[in-house]
Write a protein that binds this ligand. Structure first.
Ligand code: EPZ
Length: 420
């Protein structure tokens, strides 16, 4: 059977300048939100990743016409006619759950499969359902997400936990709901600010203070709009961490305006030098980063859980002992067993790992456990001595357009190869 894998010859520093792809976690809700209104929306700088491909297929399943040319996507939602999303497609990605809010906003009804769990956790949708129920949505049955939104109305919603997806679903359902919706305890991620910006461009009446409070006054319809995606904050953070880990001098040309404050601070604590100008950011690092005694992930503006695995790869080669605590997902240390195959001295203790940094990791054959774990293995392979071969790379391609192309542009020695 043909398998594809990434092969990395490690030990070289990264040098050069790179432009970052558009944001996955902003484009997925923005593409889905095109359902909220008729006409043709044009999205530029849309990343060419498999999660986008699946989302475009789901939009077509709802009756949209979709054209994709390179990084530009046109979505014509004039003839949306189906509010039932086929399960074989929707179960591929978690963000399909956002079709709930968008279809309820557009059609006042929705039916999609209960999104499964995934490698990093069970990922329930109770907060989504509680928020939509407050907006007058009635759920029918238990085995899937079939909802009636004919009584949709503005309401007060308070989140006991700042769930990114549940906040986005509430926004999608509320922008066309009659009356005022006031969301408190909302997630504050930059990707949600970008969704609100796109919706305002289309005529939504939505104010997001960025501190967890969002006020929406429902409007009767949204007009289509043109929008250019901002750079992906997590892909940017991944490459900054890789540069700090492998050593070198890397410039990010289109550095996202905000959202990486704490990761930059942490990289400085590992000894990297960071130079930020208006649109760009430069990281200069020796090849032996310092350990971080304690780091924990948290909702924005805390340290992003999506950069936790890449940080493990950096700390595995750092001088000293580090502790990293994962507070968001219950199973996001699956990459640890693969890093140990490369010689990392890393031990899971409940919701945290203890990492005793080592001079050098050793290239090895490893498998990608999940999207960001795969990015961590690429980072570890760049730092390790010898050859690393990473299997199951389709997980990485869910969120990175072409991680080999990007890192080769910085002098990394990596290729995608095929074999038995
Ligand atoms: C989004 O997932 C991102 N995905 C994730 O990125 C990211 O890790 C996560 O936010 C946290 O920042 C997209 O934007 C497509 P949550 P989401 O709802 O919305 C629990 C990546 O690598 N929870 O904030 O699913 C949940 O189980 C991906 O790009 C409930 O208990 O995240 C988790 O423990 C991975 N009930 C925590 O909250 C609910 O109803 C955070 O989940 C919803 C969530």
């Amino acid at each position: 059977m043909h398998v594809r894998y990434i092969e990395i010859a490690g030990g070289k520093p990264l040098r050069g300048r790179i432009t970052i792809q558009g944001s996955k976690n902003a484009v997925l809700p923005i593409l889905t939100s095109c359902l909220l209104g008729e006409g043709i929306c044009q999205i530029d700088n849309c990343p060419r990743i498999s999660d986008v491909t699946v989302t475009l297929r789901l939009l077509e399943a709802a009756g949209c016409k979709v054209i994709q040319e390179g990084r530009t996507v046109w979505i014509d939602t004039s003839d949306v006619c189906r509010s039932r999303i086929p399960s074989e497609e929707a179960s591929h990605i978690r963000s399909s759950v956002l079709f709930l809010g968008a279809l309820i906003g557009r059609c006042r009804q929705a039916s999609l499969p209960m999104p499964g769990g995934c490698a990093i956790g069970i990922r329930p949708v109770d907060l989504h359902m509680k928020a939509l129920t407050a907006l007058g949505v009635r759920f029918e049955g238990e085995d899937d997400l079939t909802a009636d939104g004919n009584m949709l109305h503005g309401a007060d919603i308070h989140f006991s936990y700042p769930s990114v997806g549940a906040t986005e679903n509430s926004i999608l359902a509320a922008v066309l709901a009659p009356g005022r919706t006031r969301i408190t305890g909302a997630a504050r991620e930059p990707e949600i600010m970008e969704l609100c910006r796109f919706l305002r461009l289309r005529g939504a009446d939505i104010r997001n203070d960025g501190q967890g409070t969002i006020v929406i006054d429902g409007v009767s319809s949204l007009k289509p709009a043109y929008y250019r995606m901002q750079a992906d904050r997590i892909v940017t953070g991944t490459y900054l961490i890789a540069a700090a880990a492998a050593g070198g001098d890397v410039q990010i040309a289109n550095f996202p305006t905000y959202g990486l404050e704490l990761p930059l601070q942490i990289l400085k604590e590992t000894g990297a030098r960071i130079e930020q100008k208006e649109e760009s950011c430069r990281v200069i690092s020796s090849q032996s980063p310092k350990a971080i005694p304690y780091l924990e992930t948290a909702p924005y503006p805390g340290f992003p859980t999506d950069l936790q695995s890449p940080m493990l790869a950096l700390l595995a080669g750092a001088e000293g002992v580090s502790c990293v605590r994962e507070t968001i997902f219950e199973n996001r240390f699956r990459v640890v067993s693969e890093l140990r195959k490369m010689g990392a001295d890393i031990e899971v203790q409940g919701d945290r790992v203890i990492i005793k940094g080592k001079e050098k990791l050793t290239g090895s054959q490893v498998d990608t456990p999940d999207l960001r774990g795969g990015a961590a293995l690429v980072t570890a392979g760049l730092c390790a001595s010898g050859l690393t071969r990473i299997g199951q790379i389709e997980y990485i391609e869910r969120g990175y357009e072409d991680i080999c192309r990007d890192l080769r542009m910085l002098g990394g020695d990596l290729v995608v190869a095929e074999g038995q």
